[in-house]
Design a protein around this ligand. Structure first.
Ligand code: NDP
Ligand code: 2IT
Length: 445
């Protein structure tokens, strides 16, 4: 494979799809050496077949607001690759959603899902719908309309969507309600469901818990413990909340959270009722963290700033793509940070990753570190198929095992000659091998 040639062709075919092109380039560059020393992949044109989605459904989502006004949004489902199992990946409802973002997320999801060792292919979907400020009935009408198209291409053994930014238990409930009505079936067609209708215990916490389990494994490679470490988190959504809960229970100190309006610095640590307050902030639908500083007087709100300027031992970006850039990475290094774990998908820019890796910090890409969310979705699918429900302890034990296994795969394929573990390389190669071999074994279609 010649990365530059492939990228040039891809850029010509998909001009302006910057996030998608960024995600593909990262994978290609990190697997290039391995790929070229295993000619069976080139012979079968695995890369050319892997970088284009199997199919994309784009549809219109008309819905009526509470005043009777009609709106039209765009809905998408990108089914990227199902060589190892049914298409699987979240739905994102956010005004920034476009084809490029969903293709980057769907592409990443292929490798992430392969790393979990469960049988799940890669997909992503969503809409440019903005849930902010909408009433429950508006959300319900939008979700119903979205499912009136989506049902045609999903199914428990075909494609199993879940949540992502802007899609939580409430949205999954409405989507499931319409699917059940249309098909007269109760199956594991969506994950992240409520506990009353087939959801799994620990799924809401799973991404954040998994991120912390992975961080523990990384620290162990340097003989370090997470206890007592100061941790800067960004975001205040589902992933940041789960991470904060687990970090506190392990004796680490969470000192920041953030929203698009700025970040909160709380020297005393964000624990106990303060973590619960994160859920209230999210539920307010306002998408601002400023009210935290009104409620907890010893905390400070820094308007329009990012948390990466605060001295910390561990940084865990949990908000969105490209939120941590080169300058942020330089600040973290200067302030003595030892570990950056990606809770969000692709939150570090390529330039930031270069700085972090050059300075030999522990660094884990999202496709390895945040795989606990989709892994627990996979466990939800297993429970649904068996018509059984595991205890929280059982699910958590399996999640912990899966995260440790992902870490071992990264060490196996990512350890460099000087002993530094390149988790990007490790995760991409390990994920690639499973999918590529499945494709080889099944022929060219
Ligand atoms: P949530 O919707 O619960 O929270 C994310 C919120 O972060 C968004 O509402 C967004 O606000 C906010 N945000 C956006 N940009 C910034 C920014 N620059 N600084 C601070 N906050 C910002 O989403 P999740 O917690 O579910 O997802 C967060 C990340 O984790 C995403 O990258 C997602 O893909 C990833 N992820 C999620 C998993 C899951 O199971 N939910 C699993 C694995 C990964 P705004 O609307 O104003 O932009
Ligand atoms: O990015 C992700 O892995 C998710 N949003 C979770 C997907 C899932 O199917 O649980």
């Amino acid at each position: 494979m010649n990365v530059e040639k492939i990228m040039q062709e891809l850029e010509l075919k998909h001009p302006g799809e910057v996030e998608y092109l960024q995600a593909v380039r990262e994978v290609l560059e990190s697997i290039e050496e391995f790929y070229n020393s295993n000619p069976q992949y080139e012979k079968a044109k695995i890369i050319e077949r892997l970088i284009e989605p199997d199919r994309v459904l784009i549809f219109k989502v008309p819905w009526e607001d509470d005043k009777g006004e009609i709106h039209v949004n765009i809905g998408y489902r990108v089914q990227f690759n199902n060589a190892i199992g049914p298409y699987k990946g979240g739905l994102r409802f956010h005004p920034s959603v476009n084809l490029s973002i969903l293709k980057f997320l769907g592409f990443e999801q292929i490798f992430k899902n392969a790393l979990t060792t469960l049988s799940m292919g890669g997909a992503k979907g969503g809409s440019d719908f903005n849930p902010k400020g909408k009433s429950n009935t508006e959300i319900m009408r939008f979700c119903y309309s979205f499912m009136l198209e989506l049902w045609r291409i999903i199914g428990p053994d075909t494609d199993v969507p879940a949540g992502d930014i802007g899609v939580g238990a409430r949205e999954i409930g409405y989507l499931y309600g319409m699917y059940r009505k249309l098909l007269m079936e109760n199956t594991g067609v969506l994950t992240g469901k409520g506990l009353n209708y087939g959801g799994s215990l620990i799924r809401p916490e799973a991404t954040g818990y998994g991120v912390v389990y992975f961080t523990q494994e990384m620290l162990k490679t340097r003989g370090l413990d997470i206890k007592g470490k100061k941790v800067a988190l960004s975001g205040f959504g589902n992933v940041a909340w789960g991470a904060a809960k687990k970090l506190n229970s392990l004796g680490a100190k969470v000192i920041t959270i953030s929203g698009p309006d700025g970040y909160i610095y709380d020297e005393e640590g964000i624990s106990g009722e303060k973590v619960d307050f994160m859920l209230e902030l999210r539920a307010s639908n306002e998408d601002i963290v400023k009210p935290y500083a009104y409620k907890f007087k010893n905390s400070v709100f820094y308007e329009g700033k990012k948390p990466w300027e605060v001295p910390c031992d561990i940084a865990i970006p949990c908000a969105t793509q490209n939120e941590l850039d080169k300058t942020d990475a330089e600040n973290l290094v200067r302030n003595g940070c030892i570990c950056v774990t990606e809770g969000a998908n692709m939150p570090c820019t390529p330039e930031a990753i270069e700085v972090i890796q050059k300075n030999k910090l522990l660094y884990a890409p999202g496709k390895a570190a945040n795989a606990g969310g989709v892994a627990t979705s996979g466990l939800e699918m297993s429970q649904n198929a068996m018509k059984l429900m595991w205890s929280a302890e059982e699910v958590d034990r399996r999640l912990n095992e899966i995260m440790k296994n992902i870490h071992s795969q990264c060490v196996k394929y990512g350890t460099e000659s000087d002993g530094y573990i390149n988790y990007v390389k490790g995760a991409n190669i390990a994920g690639f091998i499973k999918v590529a071999n499945a494709m080889l074994e099944q022929g060219i279609y």
